[in-house]
Design a protein around this ligand. Structure first.
Ligand SMILES: O=C(O)[C@H](O)CO
Length: 321
């Protein structure tokens, strides 16, 4: 019997995934990042190793063929994948969020602290020579984390890792929203609240929920209007959860204190985008999971999902379709 075929949709996936998959399958890696290479290479695949950000839609699934059984998304998010098409075709999907939770949470904390302590603005003062010689105790005052209320939108692997880290900062309270109350929330001492309560009572809001039709633009003008003027907004999920024009307005008018964003719209952001000029925004180019260790862990996790899927076993982290 011939081995199943696994198609890897990015030539830069860590070798470990290749090594693991080669024990059970013939592994074919795309010749290039472009759609043409993918559509050509994917034919006859039983499984796909699918990294973030490349669209997996009907056209791609049709090119693969009806034998396709499982998709291993090498990412936490899966908004680039057409879930209803997978469901209709009986294809399983697994993601890799536990493999990157800690690393993304580290970035979320970095963004929260940097935004709270005015990193962008401070750097600008140094570059422009506007750092005054005279000591003014009120200059560049930021926001404290100790005793603050931390609001987390989405208490999955990333949200939980954020809560764990925040506890070490002696915060006052951790509250969260999500599809339902979670036992992990109780274990972390976090309180399940309504979205309205979270928006109004949090000093720091972390967005760590998946992007779907329910969460798209959930952080909009009315969301920012309800936040405290002293609050910091952090997004490490997807830019589309935020109405970015409304966020820019809230930052410009000091309706909220600051924002720390690893994700935005579009990506890559246009260098002329106003977001890049705001003194109270700290931005990173969607690199929250980008460390060597984590990329390797993500590749291993994804390969394991695929191996299980090919054997007809339950995936490590199945995505409900
Ligand atoms: O979905 C993912 O893997 C995230 O974008 C990592 O930051």
């Amino acid at each position: 019997m011939s081995l199943p075929r696994v198609f890897v949709a990015n030539p830069q996936i860590p070798k470990i995934a290749h090594d693991m998959l080669q024990n059970v399958a013939t592994v074919v890696t795309t010749a290039g990042f472009d759609k043409k290479s993918i559509l050509e290479g994917i034919k006859g695949a039983d499984a796909l190793l699918w990294p973030g950000r490349i669209k997996l839609d009907k056209e791609v699934l049709d090119a693969a063929g009806p034998q396709l059984k499982v998709v291993g998304a090498m990412s936490a998010g899966y908004n680039h994948i057409d879930l209803s098409e997978l469901k209709a075709r009986g294809i399983k999907l697994g993601n890799a969020s536990p493999a990157l939770g800690n690393t993304v949470a580290d970035m979320a904390i970095l963004l929260a602290l940097a935004a709270a302590r005015r990193f962008t603005e401070g750097r600008k003062h140094m570059e422009e020579g506007t750092w005054s010689k005279q000591f003014n105790p009120r200059w560049m005052m930021g926001q404290d984390v100790a005793d603050s209320t931390i609001g987390i939108i989405g208490l999955g692997s990333i949200g939980q890792a954020i809560a764990k880290r925040m506890k070490a900062f002696d915060v006052g309270r951790i509250i969260y929203v999500g599809r339902s109350e979670k036992k992990e929330g109780k274990e972390l001492g976090a309180e399940y609240v309504t979205l309205d309560t979270l928006i109004k009572e949090s000093d720091f809001i972390f967005v760590a929920a998946p992007l779907d039709d329910n969460t798209r633009h959930m952080c909009n003008a009315s969301f920012f209007a309800k936040m405290k003027k002293t609050s910091v907004f952090v997004n490490v999920s997807r830019g589309e959860l935020v109405d970015q024009d409304a966020l820019i307005k809230a930052l410009k008018t000091n309706q909220i204190f600051a924002a720390g964003l690893d994700v935005m719209t579009p990506e890559p952001i246009n260098p002329d985008n106003e977001l890049l000029r705001l003194p109270n925004a700290v931005l990173t180019p969607h690199i929250a999971s980008s460390t060597e260790k984590t990329r390797i862990a993500m590749a291993k996790w994804t390969a394991e999902n695929i191996i299980r899927g090919l054997k007809g076993e339950e995936l490590l982290t199945p995505v409900q379709l």
